[in-house]
Design a protein around this ligand. Structure first.
Ligand code: ADP
Ligand code: MG
Length: 288
């Protein structure tokens, strides 16, 4: 199974990816996580350091694939999860899709691409171009991380459009949304009411998750020492267990921008109306 985790920048894709990877490994699966963000910190909480990227390694070997060994680019992380960082093209030049393509090509040359039960692609979600959608070419499922706010749901809707487009030519399904860093889910629910898709889990903002990034550890590793953190691991195990049933998922249909603006801004208006305090900033969302 191949999974791509998408979402707005900083929403928690890498955090969620690392913990889902371990949750899947805990269920006995052989996992590879591929960071596809030029930030190349996707696997940081799994390995505890920033591993060399595929692009850096390729460059240092003058793109001679035959001189690269698996141990040059695949690093073992916590819980037996293998880790790769694709790296990025030079800022403002090149294409992220090319980088992902080269990464997959190299892993195939190394006979590593088909060695895993599950490959998790952790993908950046701000750049909406063909390159950004490249991991979807290799994926059975897409998962979108969002919070309960306008920006993340707007980004989610763009990703939904990419999934719909790719699913015309690839056997790709949207497994669903994961809510992150939010206790409230009213906007998420409003969105999926119209744009039908499963909500796999909703994680609140938890200080220990933020701390895990600083410590370079996943929640599973932290929970070894502090059993009170196990309830956080359960969120990720729940997502893993749903994925392991090979859920049907959906081929989603995105909302036109205008409809999405209206859907979410109506909400803002009603909410503020009821409090008799329509704020000017919220009017940004209204298209007449
Ligand atoms: P992305 O990969 O989408 O850019 P990250 O996974 O790096 O985002 O997360 C951004 C920051 O948010 C990190 O410091 C991370 O620890 C923190 N974070 C992610 N999810 C949560 C959560 N549920 N509660 C608290 N902090 C979180
Ligand atoms: Mg990330």
């Amino acid at each position: 199974m191949k999974l791509s985790i998408y979402g707005k920048g900083g929403i928690g894709k890498s955090t969620t990816s690392c913990n889902i990877s371990i949750a899947l490994a805990r269920r006995g699966k052989k996992i590879l996580q591929i960071g596809c963000d030029p930030k190349h910190d996707s696997t940081f909480t799994l390995t505890g350091f920033l591993i060399p990227t595929i692009i850096d390694t390729l460059q240092s070997k003058d793109y001679h694939y035959e001189n690269i060994w698996p141990e040059d680019v695949i690093y073992q992380g916590y819980g037996g999860v293998d880790c790769v960082e694709a790296g990025g093209p030079p800022a403002g030049a090149g294409c992220g899709g090319y980088v992902v393509g080269e990464t997959v090509k190299l892993l195939k040359e190394l006979n590593a691409f088909y060695e895993y039960d599950i490959i998790v692609f952790d993908v950046l979600g701000d750049v909406v171009c063909g390159g950004f959608a490249a991991p979807l070419n290799y994926s059975d499922y897409c998962i979108i991380i969002t919070d309960n706010g306008f920006d993340a749901l707007f980004a989610a809707n763009r990703i939904v459009a990419s999934v719909r487009e790719k699913s015309r030519t690839h056997p790709l399904r949207l497994a669903g949304l994961v809510g992150n860093r939010t206790k409230k889910r009213d906007l998420i629910d409003k969105y999926v009411e119209i744009c039908t898709m499963p909500v796999l889990e909703v994680l609140p903002l938890i200080e220990d998750i933020r701390v895990s990034r600083v410590q370079g550890k996943t929640l599973f590793e932290m929970a070894e020492l502090d059993k009170t953190l196990r309830f956080i691991c359960d969120y990720y195990l729940n997502i893993a267990d749903q994925l392991l049933t090979y859920p049907e998922g959906v081929i989603p249909k995105e909302l036109p921008d205008r409809e999405l603006f209206n859907l979410l801004s109506d909400f803002y208006l009603n909410f503020n109306d009821s409090k008799n305090q329509i704020k000017e900033t919220n009017l940004d969302f209204i298209i007449v």
